[in-house]
Design a protein around this ligand. Sequence first.
Ligand SMILES: CC(C)(COP(=O)(O)OP(=O)(O)OC[C@H]1O[C@@H](n2cnc3c(N)ncnc32)[C@H](O)[C@@H]1OP(=O)(O)O)[C@@H](O)C(=O)NCCC(=O)NCCS
Length: 163
Amino acid sequence: MIDLIARLFRRPQAAIVDARPRDATAIAAVHALCFRHGWSETEFERLLSDRAVVGHVARASGGVGAVVGFVLSRLVEDEAEILVVAVVPAERGRGLAGRLTGRHLGRLAALGVTRVFLEVDEGNQPALRLYARAGFQEVGRRAGYYPRPAGNVAALTLRRDLT
Ligand SMILES: CC(C)(COP(=O)(O)OP(=O)(O)OC[C@H]1O[C@@H](n2cnc3c(N)ncnc32)[C@H](O)[C@@H]1OP(=O)(O)O)[C@@H](O)C(=O)NCCC(=O)NCCS
């Protein structure tokens, strides 16, 4: 009985769907909540209109709610670079980025991508755990790449092969 009541009141999981140019405003708002330097709505419109860019958004309440996370990649031949993954602070720590990334990598594989790269701040523990769990491995390191108030930190290049 308690289980049934809990299920009735549980928030539906966010749904993961393809990102469209019309999502640019919502994606820019999520990005602004997640990064010190937000990218403009115009920048996201440009990216989402680019045929070489693939994106997914997570929509709250089973797909009818606000955009609460997204992932974008750029494809060049059979390689892709993940440009950004972000989840709004209120929705973090529940596996949403993991689900977004899993769905996204599946789409990239279906499009014929064989290698996926990304760059990440070596101090970004949540992102490092997310990518490690998604099967990425470190293949390069650029010392002092990201300026931070406490001193520059390295960018790690990670790679995941899709077979
Ligand atoms: C990185 C980010 C997308 C993760 O989103 P999320 O939905 O919380 O991620 P998940 O719930 O799927 O968890 C992914 C992993 O991060 C871990 N994690 C989550 N929050 C963490 C925290 N504060 N500290 C350490 N690890 C954390 C989770 O435990 C999980 O690892 P595990 O599977 O080994 O347990 C989110 O923190 C974010 O948007 N950060 C700001 C933007 C950013 O840095 N993006 C990545 C670089 S582009």
